[in-house]
Design a protein around this ligand. Sequence first.
Ligand code: FES
Length: 117
Amino acid sequence: MPIVQAQGKSIECPTGANLRQALLKHGVDLYNDRANIINCHSLGTCGTCAVAIAGPVSPLTWKEKGRLALHPHSLVGSREKGRRLACQVKVLGDIQVTKYDRFWGQGDAIVWSGSKT
Ligand code: FES
């Protein structure tokens, strides 16, 4: 089974698992600030679950392409930086996840990564 490394945790999940669900189930702080309350719960519309991922995952969905093309992700080039929306991502192998700062996770300062807390 794939291992997801995030916020210093190693999380085992089935191949094809939804990344958002796997992270939240294991207590990872996926959201910045009050986005833990104000989010779309996987509709793919709020964009606050943005993370960077190293390793094999499912391709960008049309929802991700659409949301990453909107403010504020469009202003800072989130898609070009490789950001993904965790709620739309399926885990296909061992991955490392990094969360960046600012409300939507659109910043450039690392909040946590696979190895840091
Ligand atoms: S939870 Fe809103 S886009 Fe992922």
